[in-house]
Design a protein around this ligand. Structure first.
Ligand code: NAP
Length: 259
C-alpha cells in the first residue's frame, strides 16, 4: 500500500533503537525524511546511516535528552515544523506504589506526559497552518489496564491520554490527527530489562522469565519493533485521516477486554 507520505518530514523522538527505531524505519520505507533523536550519539548515528543507506531519505540526528527543555528545543529546531511527530522516551522505572515520592512522580510526568505535550504544543500550529499533520504518541498498554509494578507509567501515560483525547478533537478540523500507539510486550531492550526484573525477583533464568511472560500473551510471543513501526506508519499515512484521538493497542491480545 502506498502510504501517500513520500517527501513528508518527520520528527521521531527516542529512535536509535527499539520501538522508536521501528517507527523511523517504517516511515523511511515510505519515503519520509527524518529527524532522529536519542541520547547516545554513536548508536543514533549508526541507526541514521542504516536508514539513509537502505531508503535514500534525508536523516538528521540530534543527540540529546528529549525530556529536558534544552533537548526539546534542539529537536524542534532541527525538525523545523515537521509534518509528522512521533513522541517517545524511555519508560519510568518499575517499583511498588509504596516506593515513590513526589520527585519520582514529577520525573515520570516530565518524561512521559509533559515532554510529548511540549512537543505537540510546538508542532501543532505549523501543522494546522498547512492543513495536514500527524502525531503518534508511543504510550503503553498500561493506559488500558494498569501494570502493578509500573505505577509511574500507569499514572503519567494516562495523564497524556486524557490530554490527547481533548486536544485531538480541537486540531482535527485543520486536518491534523493525534493518536496514541500502545505497546504491550515487545522484543526490545526495555523488554529485556523487565525480564531481568522478573528473573531477579523470582530467582529464575532469563529464558524462564521470558517464557513466563510470553505465556501471558495470547499470541504467545513478544511483538516486534518492525510490526509496531508498520502500524505507526499507517497511522501517519494519508489513509488514517479519519482516525482521531484513538488508542491503538498492540499487545498480542494480552489485555483481556472486550473493547
Ligand atoms: P528501548 O529499546 O530501550 O529504546 C529506547 C530508545 O529511546 C533508545 O533509542 C534510547 O536511546 C532512547 N531514549 C531513551 N530515553 C531517552 C531520552 N530521555 N531522550 C532521548 N532518547 C531517549 O525501549 P522501547 O522498548 O523501544 O520502549 C519505548 C517506549 O515504549 C518506552 O517508553 C517504554 O516504556 C514503552 N513501552 C515499551 C514496551 C516494550 O515491551 N518494549 C511495552 C510498553 C511500553 P538512548 O538510551 O541512547 O537515549
Amino acid at each position: 500500500m502506498d502510504l501517500g507520505i513520500k517527501g513528508k518530514r518527520a520528527l521521531v523522538c527516542a529512535s536509535s533503537k527499539g520501538l522508536g527505531f521501528g517507527c523511523a524505519e517504517a516511515l523511511a520505507a515510505a519515503g519520509v525524511d527524518l529527524v532522529m533523536n536519542a541520547r547516545g550519539a554513536e548508536t543514533l548515528e549508526a541507526a541514521a546511516a542504516d536508514l539513509r543507506a537502505r531508503f535514500g531519505v534525508a536523516v538528521t540526528t540530534v543527540a540529546c535528552d528529549v525530556t529536558t527543555p534544552d533537548g526539546q528545543a534542539e529537536v524542534l529546531a532541527a525538525a523545523d515544523g515537521p509534518d509528522i511527530l512521533v513522541t517517545n522516551a524511555g519508560g519510568p522505572p518499575p517499583g511498588l506504589w509504596s516506593d515513590w515520592a513526589r520527585d519520582d512522580f514529577i520525573a515520570a510526568l516530565d518524561a512521559n506526559m509533559l515532554t510529548p505535550i511540549a512537543l505537540m504544543t510546538a508542532c501543532l500550529p505549523p501543522m494546522q497552518a498547512r492543513g495536514w499533520g500527524r502525531v503518534v504518541n508511543i504510550t503503553s498498554q498500561s493506559v488500558k489496564a494498569p501494570i502493578p509494578q509500573l505505577g509511574l507509567s500507569n499514572a503519567a501515560r494516562t495523564g497524556l491520554t486524557g490530554y490527547v483525547a481533548g486536544t485531538a478533537r480541537q486540531v482535527a478540523p485543520d486536518g491534523v490527527t493525534i493518536n496514541n500507539l500502545l505497546p504491550g510486550i515487545h522484543d526490545t531492550d526495555r523488554a529485556t530489562a523487565l525480564d531481568t526484573g522478573v528473573s531477579t525477583a523470582q530467582g529464575i533464568t532469563m529464558d524462564a522469565a521470558r517464557t513466563q511472560r510470553e505465556g501471558t500473551i495470547p499470541a504467545r510471543r513478544y511483538g516486534t519493533a518492525a510490526e509496531f513501526g508498520a502500524t505507526c506508519a499507517f497511522m501517519c499515512s494519508v489513509h488514517a485521516g479519519f482516525m482521531v484521538g484513538q488508542n491503538i493497542l498492540l499487545d498480542g491480545g494480552a489485555t483481556n477486554a472486550t473493547i
